[in-house]
Design a protein around this ligand. Structure first.
Ligand SMILES: CC(C)(COP(=O)(O)OP(=O)(O)OC[C@H]1O[C@@H](n2cnc3c(N)ncnc32)[C@H](O)[C@@H]1OP(=O)(O)O)[C@@H](O)C(=O)NCCC(=O)NCCS
Length: 166
């Protein structure tokens, strides 16, 4: 079952997974600054109106989550189109490769379609080849890169998108 999760519950149930989704292996659990950084980031996501959807098994065990930002159109202004951005998606390691990620991605895509978005997009670290392959196998095509967004000497960010309303 997939349902929306409010912030306190999200932090309680998905914090550890969020460290991996947001920071990969760079998150240091013993560093309080890392903890503060992530908690602030989660709060900012909620403040911006990001919807976090949790995937739960029948016994209510959490399996993973997806965070989606739905941007409203500015009436009558073509350059402010209705769009959605997938900010985060993660499945707890023991449940990976069983189709749950695919279901969550499909759910956010359907949500975006019902919202009336023309396109749904996401950005990911350019080195995350597995994540890019995961999105690619669901019709999200790389359309742009920001090669030095993190500074020189690091991989940048890749933007992928899927047109969902023609
Ligand atoms: C990426 C992630 C969400 C995928 O979820 P998952 O439940 O393991 O993926 P699924 O089992 O639903 O896989 C769905 C499809 O993606 C494909 N896929 C998954 N991982 C893949 C990979 N590494 N390379 C190629 N294809 C891949 C599967 O083959 C499957 O395709 P199919 O439907 O044609 O059989 C999960 O692995 C994860 O949480 N990773 C760590 C966090 C992360 O990197 N998040 C993304 C950054 S925001």
């Amino acid at each position: 079952m997939i349902r929306e999760v409010e912030e306190t519950k999200f932090v309680k149930q998905f914090y550890d997974l969020m460290t991996e989704v947001e920071c990969g292996s760079h998150f240091d659990f013993s560093n309080p600054r890392h903890d503060e950084w992530l908690r602030r980031r989660i709060s900012r996501h909620y403040y911006r109106g990001v919807k976090f959807f949790g995937y739960y098994l029948e016994d209510d065990k959490p399996v993973g989550f997806a965070g989606l930002l739905a941007e409203e159109k500015l009436e009558g202004v073509a350059c402010f189109g209705q769009m959605t951005e997938l900010l985060d998606i993660g499945i707890f390691p023991e449940y990976r490769g069983k189709g749950y990620g695919k279901e969550l991605l499909k759910y956010t895509e359907n949500y975006s379609r019902e919202f009336g978005a023309y396109c749904m997009y996401m950005a990911t670290y350019a080195k995350s080849h597995e994540t890019i392959a995961f999105y690619g196998s669901h019709g999200f095509a790389p359309v742009a890169t920001l090669p030095d967004v993190h500074g020189p000497g690091d991989e940048g960010r890749v933007y992928l998108r899927k047109i969902i309303r023609h």
